[in-house]
Write a protein of this length. Structure first.
Length: 205
């Protein structure tokens, strides 16, 4: 641990703090040396990428605490490290580091898988590298997902209108009804039959 601490910075005033922070990560959060060294490997990688060493050392306790929070939220080691790395890369000034890692934790607690949470966070970072709209983008992505997951409700018909898909009953054929006071015409006799009631010879005297 001392060798690794000295590797981060050869200024002896930082060594004590580095060692204590490693103990904090291993003892308080009960994680092994591999988890501890992985955090400081990320710090060294960011220094190699041009981020201020002094800034990283000043905020190393924040970085360690963010890793602890991720692990204690039940996020596996590899995914926690991925989330921490994404936060460090996206926010070189370390001003929104905990905002990013907290977003991953919140999304997982809301029911998303770790991969889904990381994907949503990375999409928000990509959409706005300044991170000024980070929270809004995360929230908007959640609302869009809810709309997609919610089954479409069929439009309710207006009063008097048939429901969608319903077939109207066929109209009954109209029956000619006699006008009031009218008498029906007598049935015409069939061919070959004498008419009755009109004076025709019926054969009777």
């Amino acid at each position: 641990m001392l060798v690794q601490a000295l590797g981060v910075d050869d200024i002896i005033s930082f060594v004590k703090g580095q060692v204590y922070r490693r103990i904090d990560l291993q003892g308080q959060a009960r994680y092994g040396p591999g988890s501890i060294l992985a955090v400081f490997a990320l710090v060294e990688a960011r220094v190699g990428a041009g981020v201020s060493r002094a800034l990283l050392l000043e905020e190393v306790s924040t970085i360690v605490a963010a890793k602890i929070d991720l692990l204690e939220a039940g996020i596996p080691e590899a995914e926690a490290l991925t989330a921490l790395k994404a936060a460090l890369v996206a926010d070189p000034g370390l001003e929104e580091l905990t905002t990013i890692t907290a977003a991953v934790i919140d999304l997982v607690e809301e029911g998303l898988s770790v991969d889904e949470a990381l994907a949503r966070v990375e999409a928000a970072i990509k959409a706005d590298p300044t991170l000024e709209r980070f929270d809004d983008l995360i929230e908007a992505a959640g609302e869009e997902k809810e709309e997609v997951d919610e089954p479409a409700q069929p439009d309710r018909p207006r009063p008097g209108e048939p429901e969608t898909g319903a077939t109207e009953a066929p109209d009954k054929p109209e029956v000619d009804e006699p006008e009031p006071g009218a008498t029906e015409a007598p049935d015409k006799p069939e061919v070959g039959e004498p008419e009755t009631g009109n004076g025709a010879d019926t054969g009777e005297n």
